[in-house]
Design a protein around this ligand. Structure first.
Ligand code: SF4
Ligand code: SF4
Ligand code: ZN
Length: 277
């Protein structure tokens, strides 16, 4: 298997996987979405809320705030041996929020108002609105961010987009081509060229494999297909960690699951063979 990175900026990673298969690539995608752990607010103690926003809505909004998560520093709360999921220094971080509008003003409470005990754990953006306070209104709360996985709740997933596409392949019978250019005109992305009856993709990474060009060809000359085993993978994170870190973590998790499976299989096989004797 080969990997070629074609883009890595602004929490967006795009790479081509060559010589693999869709079961593996899909397992990687699912592991990133649902298994790579991150921190997210799980518990709220609302000391005071005189804003027009209901307590539940404040709690819901805070739960969805992406928080920077240093890799390998915290244990997943539900798997924490120290507290059994209640929350402790190994699996959670406390945050506080105190905001008040003056007597003659309104105030937008933003994620920058959330204060953490740990400098490494903070909202990915300072500008996410939580509630708008009217004159003299106030919100005071304590929040507990816990380590969790996307399979428990989407708020713990590090991924905004995590998907793969087949790598496109032009299959053409040039002897049937009439140079009519219908395929070129049909492509919504304008990424086809015909030169001396040979069709070429000018930007294979953009091709959606939508088949509009194939259908536009009345001469049965053109067919869009895919390169077997090659995929274009796109991973964009919320900013809680970089895509490279999320990708690395997912491969570690997959590896350890494969090892667990192997060990369990060996035990099961041995016990089966013993029973047969
Ligand atoms: S499959 Fe769709 S996107 Fe790709 S070249 Fe043909 S028309 Fe364009
Ligand atoms: S539509 Fe078919 S015949 Fe016309 S240029 Fe494209 S491949 Fe050739
Ligand atoms: Zn704990």
């Amino acid at each position: 298997m080969e990997i070629e990175v074609i883009e890595n900026k602004n929490n967006k990673l795009r790479f081509i996987v060559r010589g693999s298969n869709f079961t593996f690539v899909n397992a990687l995608r699912r592991t990133i979405i649902s298994e790579v752990p991150t921190l997210a607010i799980e518990d709220i103690i609302l000391v005071e809320n005189t804003s027009p926003v209901l307590d539940e809505i404040v709690a819901h909004r805070l739960g969805l705030v992406p928080l920077t998560t240093p890799p390998d520093e915290f244990t997943v709360a539900s798997e924490c041996d120290n507290c059994g999921g209640e929350g402790c220094q190994f699996c959670s971080v406390p945050l506080t929020l105190e905001a008040e509008a003056g007597d003659n003003e309104t105030k937008m409470v933003l994620t920058k108002d959330l204060e953490s005990n740990d400098d490494k754990i903070k909202p990915v953006s300072d500008k996410i609105p939580i509630a708008k306070l009217g004159a003299g209104q106030k919100i005071t709360l304590e929040a507990i961010a816990m380590m969790g996985r996307g399979k428990q709740h989407a708020k713990w997933s590090p991924a905004v987009t995590c998907s793969y596409r087949y790598y496109p392949l032009v299959q053409q019978d040039s002897s049937k081509c009439t140079n009519c250019m219908e395929c070129v005109d049909a492509c919504p992305l304008n990424i086809l060229q015909v030169n001396k009856k040979v069709v070429k993709l000018t930007d294979p990474l953009a091709c959606l494999l939508c088949d509009l060009c194939t259908h536009a060809c009345s001469y049965d000359s053109l067919k869009m297909s895919q390169v077997e085993g090659d995929y274009i993978f796109l991973l964009e994170t919320t900013g809680v960690m970089t895509p490279i870190v999320a990708f690395k973590k997912a491969t570690e998790i997959l590896k350890s699951k494969a090892k667990d499976f192997e060990n369990e299989y060996k035990v099961a096989l041995e016990s089966f063979l013993k029973r047969k004797k």
